[in-house]
Design a protein around this ligand. Sequence first.
Ligand SMILES: *[C@@H]1O[C@H](CO)[C@@H](O)[C@H](O)[C@H]1NC(C)=O
Ligand SMILES: *[C@@H]1O[C@H](CO)[C@@H](O)[C@H](O)[C@H]1NC(C)=O
Ligand SMILES: *[C@@H]1O[C@H](CO)[C@@H](O)[C@H](O)[C@H]1NC(C)=O
Ligand SMILES: *[C@@H]1O[C@H](CO)[C@@H](O)[C@H](O)[C@H]1NC(C)=O
Ligand SMILES: *[C@@H]1O[C@H](CO)[C@@H](O)[C@H](O)[C@H]1NC(C)=O
Length: 945
Amino acid sequence: MEVSSNLYLVVYGTFLSLLLGCGSLGCTEQEKVGLLQLKASINHPNGTTLSSWGGEVGDCCRWEYVTCDNRTNRVIRLSLNSTRDFDLGEWSLNASLLLPFQELRNLDLSGNYLTGIQGLLRLKRLRVLNVGGNDLTIIPILSALPSLKVLGLQDNHINSSQLQGLKKLRVLDIGWNDLRTLPILSALPSLKVLNVEGIHIDSSQLQGFYILTLIKSCLCKLNLEVLDLSSNGFEGSLPACLNNLTSLRLLDLSINDFSGTIPSSLFSNLKSLEYISLSNNHFEGSIHFGSLFNHSRLEVFNLMSNSKDLKVETENPTWSFPLFQLKILQLSNCSLNWPSQVVPNFLLNQYDLRVVDLSYNYMIGSVPTWLLDNNTKLEYLSFRGNSLTGVLDLSSNSRHSHLFLLDFSSNSIHGELPPFIGSIFPRLGFFNLSGNALQGNIPSSMGNMDLLESLDFSNNNLSGQPPEHMMMGCISLVLLKLSNNSLLGTLPTKSNLTQLKYLFLDNNDFSGKISHGFLNSSYLKVMDISYNSLTGQIPDWIGDFSALRSLSLSRNHLDGAVPTGFCKLSELRFLDLSHNKIGPTLPPCANLTHMKFLHLESNELTGPIPHVLAEATSLVTLNLRDNKLSSPIPPWISLLSSLRALLLKGNQLEDSIPLHLCQLKSISILDLSHNHLSGTIPFCLDNITFGREDPLMDDAFITDEVSYSEFSTIQFQDSQISVYTTLGMIFEVSAESEEIEFITKSRLESYMGNILYFMSGLDLSGNQLTGPIPPKIGNLSGIHTLNLSYNQLIGSIPQTFSNLKETESLDLSHNGLTGQIPPQMVELNFLTVFTVAHNNLSGKTPERKFQFATFEQSSYEGNPLLCGPPLERSCTPTCAPPAVKLPVSNNRENSSWEAIFLWSFGGSYGVAFLGIVAFLYLNSYYRELLFYFIEKHVRFLQLWG
Ligand SMILES: *[C@@H]1O[C@H](CO)[C@@H](O)[C@H](O)[C@H]1NC(C)=O
Ligand SMILES: *[C@@H]1O[C@H](CO)[C@@H](O)[C@H](O)[C@H]1NC(C)=O
Ligand SMILES: *[C@@H]1O[C@H](CO)[C@@H](O)[C@H](O)[C@H]1NC(C)=O
Ligand SMILES: *[C@@H]1O[C@H](CO)[C@@H](O)[C@H](O)[C@H]1NC(C)=O
Ligand SMILES: *[C@@H]1O[C@H](CO)[C@@H](O)[C@H](O)[C@H]1NC(C)=O
């Protein structure tokens, strides 16, 4: 019976097409004309798209993007997505152009710069309409589409919509719009799929309210199968009525501000769930993963928690045989199995996993490498930031041919890398084992990884020389990071890393001359070989790395001149050659126009400050400390108008401090100490900001230009509900963060990252400056550190010093200052270091209150005429007046100088301060930030026509 009816259909079909083929030659004339008119409209005024329409092929059913019913030859589908040329700009469609297509079932006009549709779309049979990705602000009245089942309005600027009358609508996608009022969803009784991802509702106040009304008043009454509320900023706790959506297959609540607990009934009721994402919210309390174990269809579970306030328990009950086989499991930064911290047991029974991300969970135990063996389709495995121990126990005869990313970084894995490690992951693109305790050599087999783009083995105890096979074989490497190990030998003498952009070999024991082994890497942007034992000169061919933006060779034993080849490096932004023996000067041809951070400190530069620097007008930091520079500070210094830090300490600069310096208004750290400067302190120094204004959080100290952020994705298609999951990876490597050392509060502190915006200081100590302190110095109200010690200054301490409200450290010792200490200075509430020792001050010491109660004798000693506590000399003339001593000479008592500078400030202040440094360090300056995200695209394939 069935056979014969099928046979009949085939025969009938063939007969009909023969008949029609001979007769009307395909599509109807009316529709053909209609299509050409539509083409003209899409091309208005002078586009060239759909060029094949109307050409040699007469049958419009065979035209591109047109589908006809093969029986009636009427047009049933028009796939005109992304057809209009970009340069033609916006466009508006006259709905009457679609009237010839009365059999149309499926119309796709997405991505066409459409701003409006005029008139009513009268298409009685239309089942699928997609106008997403246009510039529509309003949609035409849709009630003329009685058969509509699928409506795509996503990614427009629609702010109101009229959806009444769409009794058959099953799929509605209104994500990424500017909806002010949500459409009346209760008018859509058949709705199964709802996507409101990333809708923009103006007032943040309303958001919490909207979600509650939306969910309670209509969503919970629908029989939804797909509900995507992600990326909306919705607030508040989850309404309990979500439990009623028992048909849900996909629930995405990610990237919102939902808070409170996740009711356990939610999981136990929604038995049809296939895809759950709860990532990036503010949930707290605990989740019992076991309540999902009966969900036989579950494939994707994403929970990337914003805080550790949410606990996820997988072991209680200890039953570990879930009915599901997961494909994607992301449980990141949640207090997984606290306090037992064990690796979830149920994973032992999973064999279909593609993505496993259990990062940042403090998990303990040995590395669960069995996951790799059990799940042969695994593409992505991250245990970053746990406390896993043991050795990397991989089996030599396994081959993980799907694995693309492997990240075990920041754990406590020890032992040697298996010698075959490079052979068992043939497709690996991202490999990160940094921050462990790995030892031994890097295996030669690494060279078999010819698809590897990013390799990070930094911060381990690896030794030996990087194998030549790796340098020749890893031909896809973009990032190679081997910092902070004990690698030794010479730098590779040959390599074939032609894609390499970021190279970090710093903090190892490489020695010998800089070899030209990386010369094939012509895209190199960042090279850091600092903190090694390299010798010889900087080679001339360094100039062949013409894309280089950041170069650090500091703390080696390099000597000799900077080669002229250097002058070809016109892209350089960051150069650190400090702590070598480089000199005597810079090549006059150097191209420094883009240079922002120049560190040449502790080298052997001699003569005047190199004139070539006059062109470095982008410079933010110029550090020439501890060289042998002489001559006066040149007047052209005022051209460097972007300077924030000018550090010239420890040279032999002479003559007076030029007034030109006062034109460098943006400076916040100026260190001219320990030179041979003479004359008076310029009265105009208060022209310079020194942090007085609110810190300008501009990009001055940002070294982003040398950061690496490449983007890679893996896509998964989930068979059951057609969810595409895109897994993105952004590797961001801030190549070098700017770091400045400055003596404050009598000790050397190192500042980097954002904190640089808040540091300000002036250090003129250890020169031969004479004359009085200009009272205008008291206008530097934002300055944190002021050091004028070890000069020959005379006169009194200006009264204006009581305005130095932000000052933490003030050192006026070892001068010839006279007169009283202004008593108002006790109001300086941030002062933690204060010394006026070894001057010729007289009168009473400041009252012992506030910060001044903490200063001891040493702050005042060596001033024979000074009296009052904490000095033993009392001011009341009951006893005989103290014998007058001669003023102390400036260069005496070096031992007490030492004492002051090594005086360490213990106590809570110091600790708190270091805490801030560490905090800012961690926040603003990740040497490397690895950022994964999962994005999904729900494609409603089965329902879509
Ligand atoms: C269309 O016209 C504009 C303005 O006259 C012109 O710039 C553009 O090149 C033309 N485009 C085509 C595809 O001819
Ligand atoms: C006609 O189209 C239907 C589905 O649209 C298909 O199943 C059938 O095989 C087609 N017949 C011919 C003769 O192409
Ligand atoms: C239009 O959409 C279909 C699927 O809906 C896709 O296969 C095709 O590539 C798209 N065309 C363009 C030009 O983007
Ligand atoms: C959820 O379903 C239960 C039982 O069917 C019903 O009593 C309750 O009112 C529903 N809740 C909401 C908010 O619709
Ligand atoms: C996974 O590996 C573990 C340890 O080797 C083993 O006990 C378990 O049976 C494996 N599970 C599956 C599903 O293969």
